[in-house]
Design a binder for this molecule. Structure first.
Ligand code: GLU
Length: 424
């Protein structure tokens, strides 16, 4: 099957190296001790499993699954599960480390982890996906746990998969354990506001950054790459706050309308069209990559890693980039963008709204209590705004980019905690 071959990375930059180069730079500025640096640079645990799954045709296919726990210094590890043909160990390692830094930036008591299975859910039936989720959960039964490691959705997974995961885990424990996973359907103990949480956090950080740059949202234009959960919610909430979203995109191409795209209409179209924007007639269609270099004020890459690279960074015209995806900018592109004077709100800050509301979901599950959507949104908005202000202050104080400042805030917190806890 061609889609099971790992696709080449666009910038040929290993995502773990991309993460490490920022980690190294921030550690140097912080003057982090070598011993602590050596602890934080490697994941605490890396698990690879083979998952034989009976397909609908009766044959058995073996999938490869991963779970990487980068750190449990701040608390139980937290992070999503990705179902995508490109999943590989280096990507999962990078994403796990990003979760550690992300939780630390927003000051929630979790370490970082990530999981993934190399598969193409678009080409699998619901039954095949369910068997895969159950097989994966059973293989990770010693890793997962509400006080140990708490998964969540990521690319290619959502509330439905989290429900199967919770059920499979609960069967092995002989009781319902809803706090083992977040991003569940509301009836199973999911939190109000979780679905839109990452996009909402993107909106809050966009507005906070625009205020610093003195850009009026009602006069600003925007392009959003990616129209999955994060991109579509970010586009919707940004347009509600006055920005003119001139372009959106997904794997089928980019869609541009100078007068602004009606996001509600685009969402309704996508939902009726097998989750894809192909044929969306309310806009002119462009090549997938063209979305990144449009003359807009705000660019939100909310698709996948490594899309802004040394090859296209000099062509970017936006004044502000808000990273809805994890790792959308290669480390080689960082300097080009910085020198062009473009501000970047980095992934570990900009998309932390999702894990923040995951934390609220876990808290509610453990309390056996439900919060209103209003309470969830108010608290997550405050966490995002405080985290932004803290990172911004650090960037000004040390004269560094918001990205390096976010890493500095995160590494400092994890390192201090590590030193208090001590080692062998
Ligand atoms: N997958 C999301 C992320 O990358 C959410 C993780 C979570 O909620 O645990 O931040």
């Amino acid at each position: 099957m061609a889609y099971l071959e790992p696709a080449p990375l666009l910038d040929k930059e290993n995502p773990f190296e991309a993460m490490m180069s920022r980690f190294r730079a921030a550690s140097q500025i912080l003057g982090l001790e070598e011993e602590v640096y050596n602890v934080l640079k490697v994941p605490a645990r890396q698990v690879i499993v083979s998952l034989p799954v009976t397909m609908d045709a009766g044959n058995i296919r073996v999938f490869e699954g991963y779970r990487v726990v980068h750190s449990t210094i701040l608390g139980p590890s937290k992070g999503g599960i990705r179902f995508d043909p490109h999943v590989n160990l280096d990507e999962v390692k990078a994403l796990a480390a990003w979760m550690t830094w992300k939780c630390a930036v927003v000051d929630i008591p979790y370490g970082g982890a990530k999981g993934g299975v190399a598969c193409n859910p678009r080409e699998m039936s619901a039954g095949e996906i369910e068997r895969l989720v159950r097989a994966y959960t059973l293989s990770m039964i010693d890793i997962f746990g509400p006080d140990k490691d708490i998964p969540a959705p990521d690319m290619g997974t959502g509330p439905r998969e989290m429900a199967w995961l919770m059920d499979e885990y609960s069967r092995t424990q002989g009781m319902t354990v809803n706090a083992v996973v977040t991003g569940k359907p509301i009836v199973l103990g999911g939190s109000l506001g979780r679905t839109e949480a990452t996009g909402r956090g993107v909106m809050v950080s966009t507005l906070a950054a625009m205020e610093k740059l003195k850009i009026n949202p009602y006069k600003a234009t925007c392009a959003v790459q990616g129209f999955g959960n994060v991109g579509s919610w970010a586009a919707r909430l940004l347009s509600e706050r006055g920005l003119k979203v001139q372009a959106i995109s997904d794997i089928t191409g980019a869609y541009y309308n100078e007068n602004g795209i009606d996001i509600e209409k685009a969402v309704a179209y996508r939902d009726k069209n097998k989750g894809l924007l192909t044929g969306f007639a309310e806009a002119e269609s462009l090549g997938t990559q063209d979305i990144l270099t449009l003359p807009v004020d705000v660019l939100v890459p909310a698709a996948t890693e490594d899309v802004i690279t040394a090859n296209n960074a000099s062509e970017i015209k936006a004044k502000l980039i808000i990273e809805g995806a994890n790792g959308p900018t290669s480390s080689k592109a960082d300097n080009i963008i910085y020198e062009k004077g473009i501000s970047v709100v980095p992934d570990i800050l900009a998309n932390a709204g999702g894990v923040t509301v995951s934390y609220f979901e876990w808290v509610q599950n453990r309390l056996g209590y439900k919060w209103t959507a209003e309470r969830v949104n108010r608290r997550s908005d405050r966490i995002m705004k405080d985290a932004f202000d803290n990172v911004y202050k650090t960037a000004v104080e040390y004269k560094v980019s918001l990205r390096i400042a976010a890493y500095m805030v995160a590494i400092d917190k994890v390192a201090k905690t590590y030193k208090f806890r001590g080692g062998y």
